[in-house]
Design a protein around this ligand. Structure first.
Ligand code: NAP
Length: 477
């Protein structure tokens, strides 16, 4: 790609206006290994201004109609699509994602706006009649109202599509939004705000873009009584902090994961190896749904390792703008050091390195670890790197013990040709979602998605989130 029109600077957008502040956040260009630009960093005063603007916008937003809001969302979707190249280039550079995946993310973001429009058009309220003795002739209307203001806190790994997943349903339900992107990848969300506010004439304060360090403005935003709902995607530690600050609000915390793929001896091992390789290596493993642990029955461990080794061939880091590139860097040096620490711990515990294991700066080699002992940290902690860690189990109960043993419970996969076993294990595995004979995947947001335990609270999905960010008012006639 030769276009070079990624915005190098992004200012705050509060109460319908751009704002300058003296502090800024530097953003790295992971495609060039050089500085990319800077984004204004909100401090407490700007966080407060955004909250006040969102509060003022609650009423005009509540008074909008479904038809009006659906038209906005469709216009935003169109605008995203017409600016897809610029958005994709931004994602490649600030998130280090290969161009093919970045384009996919832009398409997903647009589709999420479009889908939110369709879903909200279907929410027409209810008419109820008394159904118990003594309540004959009793009638009521049940209508949907917005909850008020939604605080959206984005992660770095899907800087556009995850933000769309939060903002589109929030606006669809008629809420005002305070959007705080990840400080590692704030430009995509800034560009989305710019495109959305150019595409439609939102009330002032309906969509506020407030980049700023979570450590500086996080408590101010999450702890404010004017916020009625929070959609946050990120690490369990940050989610827990937000939950402690937030008080009585609708909480959607989409947090860390450590998905197991459980491989039974009767599985189609070729299919399992392909799915686990892609599940482990896509976006260098920086996905909450990544296959982080391959739990192979002891009778198929060696064959599974051989097949994984073969399918990992060809996953090499390359130029992020080459269509054929499948693997990019990790987001920063500290993430690469973290993955290295977990791999070293596994090896010291007795795991065998079949391929990879080393890093060059922010690039971590696609890594395959075999015979990983159950007490190695990588079996229980979120790695967020391109590592498939294979360990064994003896029977179904043993597999579930390992799968359910850690603090995360977001996603899982089961590979078997035994239909009854697939359903039995899917029901018993502690996870918000389980995929049978495939790597975890939730698509556009058609199914409710979210985690248990340290992986979060609440369920996300276009319709599910519109529902959660609305409340019902009953008018008794
Ligand atoms: P992170 O470091 O926790 O940051 C996520 C967001 O939270 C950022 O915007 C961050 O702001 C903000 N934040 C941090 N501390 C805060 C505070 N005290 N108050 C308010 N906001 C605060 O996570 P990340 O490194 O960007 O993302 C990786 C994590 O996200 C992984 O654990 C991954 O599993 C998880 N994830 C989960 C899902 C899911 O659907 N379950 C999806 C994608 C990612 P700053 O950047 O300014 O610190």
């Amino acid at each position: 790609m030769t276009t070079d029109d990624v915005p190098r600077e992004h200012r705050l957008f509060i109460d319908g206006e751009r704002r300058d502040v003296s502090d800024s956040i530097a953003v790295r260009d992971l495609a060039e290994g050089a500085p990319l630009g800077a984004v204004s960093a909100a401090g407490e005063a700007e966080a407060e201004a955004a909250l006040a603007a969102a509060q003022r916008a609650k009423r005009p937003m509540r008074e909008t109609t479904v038809v009006e809001r659906a038209a906005w969302l469709e216009a935003i979707a169109e605008r995203i699509e017409s600016d897809r190249d610029r958005l994709a280039e931004t994602i490649v550079r600030e998130a280090g994602k290969p161009i093919g995946s970045a384009r996919g993310e832009v398409g997903l973001a647009a589709e999420r706006f479009r889908r939110a429009a369709a879903e909200v058009r279907d929410r027409t309220g209810e008419y109820r009649e008394g159904s118990t003795e003594g309540h004959e002739g009793w009638r009521a209307l049940v209508k949907h109202e917005p909850v008020g203001t939604v605080l959206c806190v984005g992660p770095y790994n899907y800087p556009l599509s995850t933000v769309a997943y939060q903002v589109a349903p929030a606006l669809a339900a008629g809420n005002s939004v305070v959007l705080k992107p990840s400080s590692k990848t704030p430009i995509s969300a800034g560009l989305l705000t710019e495109l959305a506010t150019e595409a439609v004439d939102l009330p002032d304060g309906a969509l506020n873009y407030v980049p700023g360090r979570g450590s500086v403005i996080g408590d101010t935003l999450a702890g404010d009584d004017r916020v009625n709902a929070i959609a946050m995607t990120g690490s369990s530690a940050a989610g827990e902090r937000i939950a402690r600050q937030s008080g009585i609000v609708e909480l959607h915390l989409e947090l860390g994961g450590n998905a197991p793929a459980i491989i039974f001896p009767d599985a189609d091992l070729e299919n399992a190896a392909g799915a686990c390789t892609a599940g482990s290596l896509k976006f260098a493993g920086q996905r909450c749904s990544a296959v982080s642990r391959v739990l192979a029955h002891e009778s198929v461990h060696d064959e599974m390792v051989e097949r994984l080794d073969a399918t990992m061939e060809g996953w090499e880091p390359g130029d992020l703008f080459e269509e054929s590139t499948t693997l990019g860097p990790l987001i920063d040096e500290s993430q690469a050091e973290w993955v290295e620490e977990l791999v070293e711990d596994a090896v010291e515990s007795g795991a065998r390195v079949v391929r990879g294991g080393d890093r060059d700066g922010v690039f971590f080699e696609p890594t395959l670890l075999a015979e990983v002992p159950h007490d190695a940290r990588i079996v229980h902690e979120e790695q967020f790197g391109p590592v498939a860690a294979v360990t064994t189990f003896g029977d179904e109960t043993g597999a579930l013990e390992i799968a359910n043993g850690g603090e995360y419970a977001l996603d899982a996969a089961v590979f078997t040709t035994d239909h009854d076993r697939a359903l039995r294990v899917a029901e018993r595995v502690d996870a918000g979602a389980v995929r049978i004979n495939g790597a975890p995947s939730h698509g556009l947001g058609d199914v409710p998605f979210g985690g248990n335990k340290a992986s979060g609270i609440g369920r996300e999905g276009i319709g599910t989130t519109i529902e959660a960010f609305s409340r019902k008012k009953s008018i008794i006639l």
